[in-house]
Design a protein around this ligand. Structure first.
Ligand code: S3P
Length: 164
């Protein structure tokens, strides 16, 4: 499938870069979290508080299965999509996987204690999640973009160049 799949930790700019890519490519932009909110009829923070993280992960997996079958889309994924082997396989089969790499300090400054992000409540757990996932993002991506010091427009240009 010829999708552009954006992965990376919370706050790395997947949504913003996704919008830049939309403007530059005309591909359809799909935000996986927004899709889950639509299909479940619940906000992500309510899903976590009412049903727990594992139920959210099941919904996320279903969403990825459905979305990765499409083509010509920019799919902006939730930061935890790489947690399961099943999702990682779905991503790989679904298109070019792009990791937006950013520093922990920048990520925390952008989304630390965001009430809409249940896993960014506390710095220590945010950091250990980042430490656990960072090599998985790197290993699993087809393309790694170091976002530090780059504008969303520049990052989008680099992605387009890389997927050509
Ligand atoms: C999560 C990231 C969130 C959202 C959910 C879980 C994670 O998406 O899917 O809160 O496990 O890192 P963003 O990466 O868009 O914030």
């Amino acid at each position: 499938m010829n999708n552009i799949i954006l992965i990376g930790f919370m706050g790395c700019g997947k949504s913003t870069v996704g919008r830049e890519l939309l403007a530059k490519t005309g591909f359809e932009l799909i935000d996986a979290d927004a899709y889950i909110e639509k299909t479940t009829g619940m906000k992500i923070s309510d899903i976590f508080s009412k049903h727990g993280e594992s139920w959210f992960r099941e919904q996320e997996s279903l969403a990825m299965e459905n979305l990765s079958k499409r083509s010509g889309c920019i799919i902006s994924c939730g930061g935890g999509v790489v947690e399961t082997a099943k999702n990682r396989d779905i991503l790989k089969a679904g298109g070019k996987v792009i990791y937006l790499k950013a520093s922990l300090d920048n990520l925390w400054a952008r989304v630390g204690r965001d009430p809409n992000r249940p896993l960014s409540k506390n710095y220590e757990s945010f950091r250990s999640l980042f430490d656990k996932r960072k090599s998985v993002y790197e290993d699993w991506a087809d393309v790694v973009i170091d976002t530090r010091g780059k504008s969303p427009a520049k990052i989008a240009e680099l992605i387009i160049e890389a997927v050509k």
